[in-house]
Design a protein around this ligand. Sequence first.
Ligand SMILES: Nc1ncnc2c1ncn2[C@@H]1O[C@H](COP(=O)(O)OP(=O)(O)OP(=O)(O)O)[C@@H](O)[C@H]1O
Ligand SMILES: [Zn+2]
Length: 669
Amino acid sequence: MKDLKSDKVKSFSIQPSGGVYKVTGEYRQGQRAKVNSNFLVGGNQSQSKNVTKFTTTVLENNSSIAEITKAAQSNNIKMNAKPEESSGFWVNLLVYVLPLLLFVWFFYMMMGRAGGQGGGNGRVMNFGKSKAKPADSKQNKVRFSDVAGEEEEKQELVEVVEFLKDPRKFTTLGATIPHGVLLEGPPGTGKTLLAKAVAGEAGVPFYSISGSDFVEMFVGVGASRVRDLFDQAKKAAPAIIFIDEIDAVGRRRGAGMGGGHDEREQTLNQLLVEMDGFSGNEGVIVIAATNRADVLDPALTRPGRFDRKILVGRPDINGREAILKVHSKNKPFANDVDLHEIAKQTPGFVGADLANLLNEAALLAARRNKTEIDASDIDEAEDRVIAGPAKRNRVISKEERETVAYHEAGHTVVGLVLNDARVVHKVTIVPRGRAGGYAIMLPREDQQLMSKRDAMEQIAGLMGGRAAEEIVFHSQSSGASNDFEQATNIARAMVTQYGMSERLGNVQLENPAQDTYGPRYSQETAAAVDEEVRRLTNEAHETAKKIIEEHRDKHKLIAQALLKYETLDEKQILSLWKNGKMPESSKTNEFPSERAATFEEAKRELERKEAERQAQLEKQHEGQDTDDQSKDKHSADSSENVKKPDDDSTSEKKTDDQPNQNDHHDDSN
Ligand SMILES: Nc1ncnc2c1ncn2[C@@H]1O[C@H](COP(=O)(O)OP(=O)(O)OP(=O)(O)O)[C@@H](O)[C@H]1O
Ligand SMILES: [Zn+2]
């Protein structure tokens, strides 16, 4: 290094390289290097002919470099500074350019995904566009008749079909049509099929997308896809947008950490904006499907959005037979195959399971070189399919069915005896969601207020299930947990909100609308509330027990009928109650899907029901001077305040004409 500053060196060059400087140079003839500088970290010399070359490394240190440079000038040494070594150049490239390339590549991948199915106008243009596939309205051959065993569901959708067929007919009359229909039900119950059938019946394009498609995307893309989806549909209107698995995108907002301004939330917000956007009946109807309506953001189910909810439940025995019929259409069966028998053996099966069952049977028959599917093929296929559902807890044991039947019959009997306010509309042991079965109670009239007696009767009705189990089986199942939840809610509301407890007096202790920080009363009062709630539910439980003890024979009759028919309607329940047997006409009702197999028939039935409803409404309107608007508002108010306890957990399948419908359903697990 000293040499560098002396005149021994003829020329050298300095090149920065990863934090140190490399010096390469030549000695003047005859000069030899003495590598002994503290600047040097390494060096070597080579001698060839008369020229001695050297390379050495200088630690980065500006002063030393400056010294060398200065010395070189004064000693007349040729010196040049090279740019950073080529390896440094590559490092630079890696550090600065590669991420850019990666980003571009990523961008490209995204476009490939986003625009993959778009075709047509180039990939770049399709970025952020909707992935929804418009099914050609002419290719969609699904009709209501392809959806079996879901007569009530179809009935509710007939109106939507009518609207899509001719939106102007409705808009000129100022009729408002639901923007969104939410189909709720377990997997495989035919929600997609039902939505497709609506499009098929109406002959309109069907845009389908799955909620999970939105989730995998970058910020902003989901939202822009929603926008694009609605744009497309509006252009093609009338049309149907089908969003499968809406819970993937429509979960309650703000549940995540850090305020959660995530992609999903943005997408959901965009969806809400779009649904609010088409106020003027633009002929687009959004149908969404989920099996978890309980996790949806409440904003989604507000009026003007998915304000119509249709439950697509598991089929009962008749429904199963009807579905089997649909799927057996082009399959040759031997004489020993009885669809009714199969339906009987498959409680808990949904449409997809039944379709699968027949398909498996056909495969087995083919493998055995048969020309017809016979009972043995069906038997074996059943075992195979059950192995699937059994894992998912779908197939119910005989004991469980009995427990559920007597439990639901208990609700029914108590409801029948205390029938001042409510009518037992339907009772079933077909499981739905976590419920093993359920009884639906309807208010007798257009009831808007709840008296203390009504409330107590409701609680007693809820207690009927557990009471029956205790009487018949001397045991208690977990099936009543939902009943208890509802009963407790009602009793609590009686005590804390409606001033229906003498002990606590005429005060409103809680107001759900105001009490954001919890109740406003002392611990002593809280204890008194608990005690009072317990007293009310115990009292109702005793009432229920007494009623069932008194009507053990009818209770058994209804339970047995439930085990046989699975679902009983109002007429059948009343006939069993009054005459001790099923009504004569119920035989003809056994195949509801045949009753309204075609769309036209379903429509006629709807019109008939609508006429009935109108007639009833007119009757009620006599002597009432309220107009529809304030009446609606009133009923909404009362259902929020007075009916809150049951509405919360049982607002399923609420339609306009049944504002107070109330399902009691029971956990079976
Ligand atoms: N009611 C029914 N009538 C006739 N076939 C049915 C019915 N329900 C289901 N299926 C059969 O099951 C298949 C699957 O149904 P679908 O995909 O519509 O169910 P889903 O409720 O949308 O299920 P998922 O929630 O898993 O998407 C249908 O293509 C059809 O073959
Ligand atoms: Zn119950």
